[in-house]
Design a protein around this ligand. Structure first.
Ligand SMILES: [Zn+2]
Ligand SMILES: [Zn+2]
Length: 379
């Protein structure tokens, strides 16, 4: 089969690989019909994530058709059109039984630190991902769901991570009616978080980024106020001025490890790799939220420490909430919003590339060329 393959930082290509086989009775093999590149795939592409091995296939956002199932699979049959959450999880361990699917204890030798994620380095379990013609899906009775007939392919694809993660980011914010919500990052997750904040009763939603074309999408898709942080000496001071001097009630970090906006953080994190990520957006969140407010973190950070303003969070009495999204927990409510027409997730898809052009797709997305917000790969 043809598969996207990692060759080293900033180098990916399409190669021939063996079609994956059933390795366990509860495996399924999925023929991928659509995959997406995630902003977090760029952390892998840039060589930011430990133990990203040459030869592996990325892709934790994919949908497809069931090709083959193992002998114990009961919920799926060959021919089913399915969506697969980015989390690999067992469904029955201490954590899964409490709905913490992203913290499953059975799917990663590294499980005390992080759960299992398709195509996201051996730090996250070493599973090959879905930017390929076929992918092996373990615990096939647990993660995948048959896509409802009325749901379009690209809408389903967005539910496998970006939309679920954005929605989860807003949920973690514990928004109450009338709250002012600031979202750092106008990528897919930030756009969906901003949109979701309205569903939860926000009174104001403000999206902060530096890319004008993405801020335009925040206005048109998420109906948010926007702030371009490059226009201010100190974006936190600006945000406080627009929020009665107190700060926002809730701030969501939808940026994660490769935030711009602070030279020293950028060098120590992305160049020297002395941090698990450059927490510029997170520190702005801690500074920009009001005392007693909530900071929600759904941007991706690597396993080692980052220089976060923890003392300020303590002294302001903040609530810090964060996790990788337990994707399938979000689906019932997201399906309602999509079916009711409150939300069309595919509105943020800007690019569609054939699998053969995956290197071009990574380059365009990474370099933020051509107004790229969300690229989709068609095997
Ligand atoms: Zn993703
Ligand atoms: Zn589990």
């Amino acid at each position: 089969m043809r598969a996207m393959t990692y060759r080293g930082p900033y180098r990916v290509q399409v190669e021939n690989k063996d079609v994956p086989a059933i390795e366990h009775p509860n495996d399924a093999i999925i023929r991928v019909t659509l995959a997406a590149i995630c902003g977090s795939d760029l952390h892998l592409y840039h060589g930011m994530m430990p133990d990203t091995r040459v030869g592996t296939t990325f892709g934790h956002e994919f949908i497809g058709v069931v090709e083959q199932v193992g002998s114990s699979v009961q919920n799926l049959s060959p021919g089913d059109r399915v969506m697969v959450p980015f989390n690999v999880y067992c469904g029955s361990c201490y954590f899964c039984s409490r709905g913490l699917f992203s913290n499953c204890h059975n799917v990663n030798p590294n499980a005390t630190a992080v759960g299992g994620i398709y195509g996201y380095s051996h730090t996250c379990g070493g599973y090959d991902g879905g930017q390929a013609e076929f992918v092996r899906v373990p615990f096939a009775d647990v993660g995948p769901s048959v896509i409802p007939d009325w749901m379009g392919d690209e809408d389903a694809l967005m539910c496998t991570d970006a939309l679920a993660t954005g929605y989860f980011g807003a949920q973690l914010g514990e928004i109450v009616e009338g709250d002012t919500v600031v979202v750092f990052g106008a990528g897919p997750v930030g756009l969906y978080a901003a949109k979701s904040a309205w569903f939860m009763g926000a009174g104001r939603v403000i999206v902060v980024d530096q890319l004008e074309y993405r801020l335009e999408k925040a206005r048109s898709f998420a109906h948010a106020e926007t702030v371009n942080f490059t226009e201010f000496d100190d974006v936190v001071v600006h945000l406080k001025r627009t929020t009665d001097g107190l700060g926002a009630d809730v701030v969501i970090d939808a940026v994660g490890a490769e935030a711009d906006g602070n030279f020293i953080q950028h060098v120590t994190a992305t160049k020297l790799k002395l941090q698990g990520g450059s927490p510029v957006a997170l520190n702005w969140a801690i500074d920009g939220v009001r005392k007693g407010g909530t900071v929600s973190v759904v941007g991706a950070y690597g396993p080692i420490f980052s220089a976060v303003k923890f003392g300020d969070a303590l002294n302001k009495g903040l609530t810090l909430r964060m996790n990788q999204a337990p994707v399938k927990r979000q689906w019932p409510r997201l399906f309602e919003h999509i079916r009711n027409g409150h939300l069309t997730p595919s509105d943020i898809v800007t690019h569609r590339f054939p699998l053969e052009d995956v290197a071009e797709a990574y380059h365009v997305f990474s370099a933020k060329l051509d107004g790229c917000i969300k690229p989709v790969i068609v095997p």
